[in-house]
Design a protein around this ligand. Sequence first.
Ligand SMILES: C[S@@+](CC[C@H](N)C(=O)[O-])C[C@H]1O[C@@H](n2cnc3c(N)ncnc32)[C@H](O)[C@@H]1O
Length: 318
Amino acid sequence: MKRFNIEIDTNIVKNPNCDRCVRSELRHTDKDDLCKKIKSVVDKLPVRCVGDWANDKIYYLLQYFQIFTKGMAKKWGKLRYVEVCSGPGRCSTRDGNEQDGTALAIVKNDLFDLLSDAIFIDYSPRVVETLSKRFEAVGKSARAHALVGDYNDSSSIIKALKEYSPNALTLCFIDPTDCSVPFDTIRDIFNVTQGKCDLLISFFDGLDFHRNSVNATLNPSYTRLQKKYARFLGTPDFFTRKEIVEAALANKYSDLSQMFRQHYADKLNALGLSYQDWKPIKNFYHLLYASSNSRGLDFWKKATKYDPIGQAELNLEL
Ligand SMILES: C[S@@+](CC[C@H](N)C(=O)[O-])C[C@H]1O[C@@H](n2cnc3c(N)ncnc32)[C@H](O)[C@@H]1O
C-alpha cells in the first residue's frame, strides 16, 4: 500500500528522572503544567507534562504544515505560521520519555525556512521565556517569535499579527486544553488577516463539553461553564434554544455534542471558512480544520489520509 507519510522526528529521548505520573494527583506540575521535578535532559529547560496522545496532533499538524508550505510558497510568496497556546516546546509524556512539542517541531522542520515569520503565543511568561531559549538554541529566533498573549483578550495576538508579515498567507493553530477560546478571538484573527488564514483548532468537545453538556444546559450551579461555552461559540442564547433544552432533558449527550459542533461549524461558515473537516483524536477532542479555500481542504485531506501508524482513515463526517 502506498502511504503518503512524511517522517516526523520529535527527538524522543528517555528522561530517567520522570516519575511517569499517569494519575493526575501524583503529578509535580505547576500552574502552567510545567513539571517541577524534572528538566529536559536535552537542554536542561522546563518540560510540559502531557499524555502521549499529543503525538496524533503533532503528526497531523506537521503533515499539513509540510504540504501547505511546499504547495503555497511559490504561489503565494509570503507564508506565516501562528500558534496560539504554544507551550514551552518540549514535553514529558508520562512514559519516561520526553519529546518536542508542536512549536519546536514546527521550527525545527526543514520547511520552516519557507516562512517569512512564525508567531507563538502563550499566556505564561515562563513558558514563553523557555520557548524563546529553545528557538535561540536552534538558531531560529530571527523568524520564530515567542510572545506573551492571552486568548481571552485578542489585542496582544492582533498586535503581533499586524507586526510580523501582516500580508502573508497564514496557517493558525489554536491549541488550548478546553473549550475556552472565545469565538470573538477566532473572528478577530481571521479578520485581521483579511481572510487569508487557514485555521486548525483543537476542539475539546470530548474531554470538555460532552460530559458537561446536560448540566451546563439545565443545572443553575453550572452557570460559569454555561457562560464559558456560550463565549466559546459566540452565541449567548445557545443554551436557551428549544432543541438544546429538549436534548438536555432527554440526556441526549451525543446530540448535544453534535449540535455544539454544528453550531461552531455554522459560525465559521458565516465568516467565510466554509471548507471544514473534523478529525477525531481518540474520544478526547477533534482537530477542526477550516479554510476559505477548497485547495486548503484538499491539502488537509491529503495530510490526514493516513493516521500516525499508517492506516487509511475512515471518513467519519460531522
Ligand atoms: C495544550 S498546551 C499547548 C501545547 C503545545 N501546543 C504543544 O502541543 O506542544 C496549552 C497551552 O496554552 C496555554 N494557555 C492557557 N490559557 C491560555 C490563554 N488564556 N491564552 C494563551 N495561552 C494560554 C498554556 O500555558 C499551555 O502552554
